[in-house]
Design a binder for this molecule. Structure first.
Ligand SMILES: Cc1cc2nc3c(=O)[nH]c(=O)nc-3n(C[C@H](O)[C@H](O)[C@H](O)COP(=O)(O)OP(=O)(O)OC[C@H]3O[C@@H](n4cnc5c(N)ncnc54)[C@H](O)[C@@H]3O)c2cc1C
Length: 384
């Protein structure tokens, strides 16, 4: 006898979205998180959500509570010290917006609030300490403080945001030797709902419109990120001005600085014996082009569709996991290589690379169908 059909380990945006997508399905769902119930995920990263993510969050009844957010009407792409620039626009692509900027902390708070109320078993401050497999179930040992509990389930979904413990052949890791420095900044010019992606030799620098100010995601060397994170505001703003230029006037204030070391981590298999990975637990990407959570929400949504239509006895069975993995392969592989390619091509000061980048941007600027393809890819994924 199983205690639950599905146990989701990790109640972040991807795991939480999966649980919410299963609400009302009749499946017995439990979800746990290492974080205690009272602790909000204080995380300074901004998130640019795509149109597909908006549709998913609308269906999960989370979108209204995420309003107001900041729509992106245009994206301006350029490289520092090189020619070539391109501007993508929502109007040209006939979309309501190219994306929407929200705070990670706000989204994570809404997700964990929605998990309460008794429609699923929500276990804060809990981790999985051991898993063993039986013919028709997985037996999972859970640890909450000093308490241990055994739970028998049909499927374990790993949504813990990482593969820290899996430093083995099952995970492919490429260290970008970059750290993303995040902050909120203000400028003398208004952002007018334009997002800026500026490629610098040390890594891409993004400024996203966010309320009255801008959210910065500046990928640079770990040493510089560490120094700037602790630097006096005037020095921080001076170096940011130099890296970004004057397109938004003068930078006037900075707050909420944070740092995220960057690596590509890809699980070779997303599913195996009664276990499946979603979100960053399946693939953690460079933040260039803001694809990570957008891909993770599509993982969660498509897994929920497979689970909803499966007979209860098949939950966790190899045929269901194989179907899910096959269904996600194209979008997932496309997202990984699109992001990795951008991170690689648009970093470095090597002259031929700079020329290639300039030619690429100039070609994109001259080819509206290519812009349309890029916008649809970023908005809806590889199947967009
Ligand atoms: C600087 C930066 C900017 C980004 N910008 C964007 C963007 O613009 N657009 C976009 O789509 N993506 C962006 N991303 C990527 C995005 O943040 C991730 O893809 C997303 O947070 C993944 O969600 P998740 O739920 O899979 O993992 P997480 O957000 O990491 O959540 C994991 C959850 O699991 C819990 N947990 C951790 N370990 C355990 C454990 N052992 N047991 C139980 N629970 C555990 C955590 O407490 C947490 O609640 C950005 C990332 C960075 C670093």
């Amino acid at each position: 006898m199983r205690d639950h059909d599905i146990l989701i380990a990790g109640a972040g945006p991807a795991g939480g979205a999966l649980a919410l997508a299963l609400r009302g399905s009749g499946l017995r769902v439990a979800i746990l998180d290492a974080r205690p119930r009272s602790t909000a995920a204080e995380d300074p990263r901004p998130l640019a959500l795509s149109n597909a993510s908006r549709l998913i969050l609308e269906r999960l009844d989370l979108w209204r509570a995420l309003t107001p957010n900041t729509p992106i009407d245009r994206i301006h792409v350029s490289q520092r010290g090189g020619f070539g620039r391109v501007e993508l626009s929502a109007a040209a692509a006939q979309l309501p917006a190219l994306g929407y900027v929200v705070d990670y902390t706000r989204l994570a708070g809404l997700v964990s609030a929605s998990l309460q109320g008794g429609w699923c078993e929500y276990l804060p401050a809990t981790t999985v300490s051991r898993v063993s497999f039986e013919d028709d179930a997985a037996a999972v040992e859970l640890k909450t403080g000093e308490d241990m509990r055994l739970m028998r389930i049909g499927l374990l979904v790993i949504a813990d945001g990482g593969m820290q413990e899996d430093v083995n052949d099952d995970v492919r890791i490429i260290d970008y030797r970059q750290t993303a420095l995040t902050a909120r900044v203000t400028t003398t010019e208004v952002h007018a709902h334009v997002a800026y992606e500026r490629f610098t030799p040390e890594g891409p620098l993004a400024l996203l419109p966010s309320g009255d100010g801008l959210a910065l995601v500046w990928s640079t060397t770990p040493e510089r990120a560490e120094r700037l994170c602790a630097a006096p505001a005037a020095q921080f703003l001076g170096e940011l001005q130099q890296a970004f230029g004057n397109r938004l006037g003068r930078f006037t204030a900075v707050e909420r600085r944070g740092m995220f070391p960057l690596a590509l981590r890809v699980a070779r298999e997303t599913a195996s014996s009664r276990t499946v990975r979603v979100g960053n637990a399946a693939q953690a990407l460079h933040p260039v082009a803001g694809q990570g959570l957008n891909l993770g929400l599509r993982d969660a949504w498509e897994l929920s569709e497979e689970l909803r239509r499966a007979p209860r006895a098949v939950i966790g069975a190899p045929e269901l996991l194989a179907r899910y993995s096959a269904r996600r392969r194209f979008d997932r592989t496309g997202g990984i290589w699109f992001t990795h390619g951008l991170a690689r091509i648009f970093s470095g000061d090597y002259a031929p690379l700079k020329l290639t980048r300039g030619l690429g941007l100039a070609a994109l600027a001259a080819l509206p169908p290519a812009q349309d393809f890029l916008v649809r890819r970023m908005s809806f994924g590889a199947r967009g």
